[in-house]
Design a protein around this ligand. Structure first.
Ligand code: TXA
Ligand code: MG
Length: 314
C-alpha cells in the first residue's frame, strides 16, 4: 500500500512534467499522457510510431470530469450506469470549449472516452487535474501489453516509468461504441456485444459491422505476433505452437492453454500473454483450435483474425 502511494506520487510527477508513462488498466496497459497538453500527447505518437491521424482514447475519473469536455445524451447515460467504470469506450461529441489537445482527436469534433476500473489508475486519475490520453502501450500493430514487464519489453528505457498494477484482468481492449447518430459497436472488446445491444430498444440499431473499417486504428494487420497464425485447426503440425481452450487427455510441449474449461473470459484474459510467450519461445508459426464465436469468444476471434493476416502495408 505504502509502495503504491509512492509510485502514484512518481506517476503524478512525470505526468505533470509532460512525460508519458505506462499505466495499468483492467483491459490492457496504456501509454498515458496529459490529454490537455499538446507537448505530452505528441510524445505518445512518437513513442508508439503511430500515425497522427489515428486518434487516442481519453481516460476519465468521473462523469463530472467528462462533462467538462464532452456532450452526453440518454444513450450514453444508460451505458455509463450499467458498465462504468469498466471495459467500454464511447465516441462522443467534443465540447467547443474543451481543453483536449487537438493531437488527441486529430483535430476532429469527436472523441473516444472511457472510465477504467483498475484501482491504481482510478486513484491516479482522481488526483490529476486533467484526464489521460492513453492508447495501448505497445508499438503500433504489435501485441497489446497486459503487465508492466510487457510494457518494458515494448519501450525499454524510452519511457521513464510504468505504474505496476499486476496482470490486466480483462486482457483485451475495451469495446468501443459510437454514440454519435445510431449507436454502433466499432470495436469488439472486453464487454460482450450482446450485453451492450440489449440496451437499445431496437436491437438492429447497434449492428456490429464486421467488414467496414470505421475505427482508424482497426486496420487489417493488428495485434500481430509477427509469425503466421492458422485458425480453426484440429491437428497442429509438430513444430507449431498450438493454442487450446479445452484440456486434452494428453499433453505436448507445444500446447498453450487459454483456458482448460472453455471459459471464454479466462481465455480472453490469457490471449495476449500467451501470444507473447509463444513468440519468445521462438516458434515459427501458431495454430489455434476453433474458438466458439460467442460472448468474449467473438472478441478473441476478432483479434486472432487480425493477427493472422499476412503482414502488408495498410
Ligand atoms: O482498453 C482500451 O481501450 C485501451 C486501454 C489502454 O484503455 N486503449 C486502447 O487504445 O485500446 P488504442 O489507441 O490502442 O485503441 C483505440 C482505438 C483505435 O483504433 C483508434 O483508432 C480508435 O480507438 N479511436 C480513438 N478515437 C476515435 C474516434 N474519435 N473515432 C473513432 N475511433 C477512434
Ligand atoms: Mg492498440
Amino acid at each position: 500500500m505504502k509502495n503504491n502511494l509512492s509510485n502514484i506520487k512518481k506517476a503524478i510527477n512525470y505526468l505533470n512534467n509532460n512525460e508519458c508513462i505506462g499505466i495499468p488498466t483492467e483491459t490492457v496497459y496504456g501509454l498515458a499522457a496529459n490529454a490537455y497538453s499538446d507537448k505530452a500527447t505528441l510524445k505518445i505518437f512518437n513513442l508508439k510510431k503511430r500515425p497522427k491521424k489515428n486518434p487516442l482514447i481519453v481516460h476519465y475519473y468521473s462523469l463530472d470530469d467528462l462533462k467538462k469536455d464532452c456532450l452526453i445524451d440518454f444513450n450514453f447515460l444508460k451505458l455509463y450506469k450499467k458498465f462504468c467504470p469498466g471495459p467500454i469506450s464511447f465516441i462522443l461529441k467534443l465540447k467547443r470549449n474543451s481543453y483536449i489537445s487537438k493531437n488527441v482527436t486529430n483535430n476532429n469534433k469527436m472523441i473516444a472516452v472511457r472510465f477504467p476500473s483498475h484501482k491504481l489508475t482510478r486513484n491516479l486519475l482522481k488526483v490529476l487535474k486533467y484526464p489521460l490520453a492513453a492508447p495501448s502501450a505497445n508499438l503500433s500493430k504489435q501485441i497489446s501489453p497486459v503487465s508492466k514487464s510487457d510494457v518494458v519489453e515494448e519501450f525499454g528505457k524510452k519511457i521513464k516509468f510504468v505504474l505496476d498494477g499486476g496482470q490486466s484482468k480483462v486482457g483485451v481492449e475495451s469495446t468501443i461504441v459510437n454514440l454519435i447518430g445510431k449507436p454502433k459497436i466499432l470495436r469488439l472488446g472486453g464487454i460482450e456485444r450482446k450485453s451492450i445491444e440489449k440496451f437499445f430498444i431496437n436491437k438492429n440499431k447497434t449492428k456490429y459491422k464486421k467488414k467496414k473499417i470505421v475505427v482508424p486504428g482497426q486496420g487489417k494487420v493488428h495485434y500481430s505476433p509477427g509469425i503466421p497464425i492458422r485458425l480453426n485447426v484440429k491437428y497442429p503440425k509438430n513444430n507449431e505452437a498450438y493454442i487450446l481452450i479445452k484440456e486434452r487427455k494428453f499433453s505436448e510441449d507445444n500446447f498453450y492453454y487459454l483456458s482448460k474449461k472453455k471459459n471464454l473470459k479466462e481465455a480472453a484474459k490469457n490471449l495476449y500473454k500467451t501470444l507473447r510467450i509463444i513468440k519468445k519461445n521462438k516458434f515459427k508459426s501458431i495454430a489455434v483450435e476453433k474458438i466458439p464465436n460467442l460472448g468474449l469468444g467473438e472478441t478473441i476471434n476478432d483479434r486472432l483474425i487480425r493477427a493472422s493476416k499476412k503482414l502488408c502495408k495498410i
